[in-house]
Design a protein around this ligand. Sequence first.
Ligand code: SF4
Length: 340
Amino acid sequence: MLKKAMHWESTEEKEDKKVRCLLCAHNCVIAPGKCGICGVRENRDGELYSLIYGLASSVGVDPIEKKPLFHFHPGSRVLSFGTAGCNFRCPHCQNWEISQCGPEELRLQEIMPAEAVEMAKRHRCEGMAWTYNEPAIWHEYALDSMKLAKEAGLYTVYVTNGYINEKPLREIAPYLDAANVDVKGFSDEFYKEIAGARLMPVLKTCKLMKELNIHLEVTYLVIPTKNDSADEMRRFCEWVANELGTEVPVHFSAFHPDYKLASLPITPSGKLKEAHEIGRAAGLKYLYLGNAALRGFGDTVCPKCGNTLIERSGFSVRVLGGIKNGRCLACNRRIPVIGV
Ligand code: SF4
């Protein structure tokens, strides 16, 4: 459905009817009849419109662990929504069939916010997630939906590249409970090459999410030869430790060849374990290795006494008896897991 967009302005030269979208850090200047980089926000005669309000490309019930969120309502089910388009151009995107397409190229299902919330309840989900493609470009719809979700007692989640601007992030923050931010690498060159974007806005979003009390976990997809040097991963881990804190869960995920990076190999498990060691040395307390069958590396362990508190295997999760009200029962250390 066509909907007047939020977060834009006319450019200084009003007579050419160009607009500047202020939703994400690209700040696209868009001529009449054209879309911004994301392909879903169009200038119609000098006004900006969202082309995707209430239009879903994908809807599914997922375990929250799939996002991945490991410290947020473990074992719960979340109704997940995706639409068309993305503001990044990652050549390894696992969801490129929807993220690299405009809305006119996909068969989209109309689901208005109230119906989306109703669906989540009907499927006995505890929450709703905007995921599969970049949720920030669906801002108007996600915002309306999450307001209703909160009224209905559901939690809300973004799985995001973190490119949203400060003002729209502050706008959704009161209704957004948790986010997983995908940090794609730790150099500006890498971001420019791989995503057509910049690193700094992503880091700014992570810090602001913490400040706004949105539960935050970060994911770093380890891509062989692209962002897997010990130095780059160390700088990432040290930045997380210093700027977000050592209690923030960090997920290192294995790359699987796809889309335009189909010729690269799968990330070797040795490289993932190296990332884990680097994270430990940086002082990070909760490190997880994903997309790989590595026994024990998905478990939540008390950093003080070593007690295993939550066991995970694939997407199956078992909260053991050692954690209650966010504390390890063996040593009373605070364990930042919401919902247990
Ligand atoms: S949301 Fe889309 S149109 Fe707006 S600035 Fe970002 S990429 Fe450009």
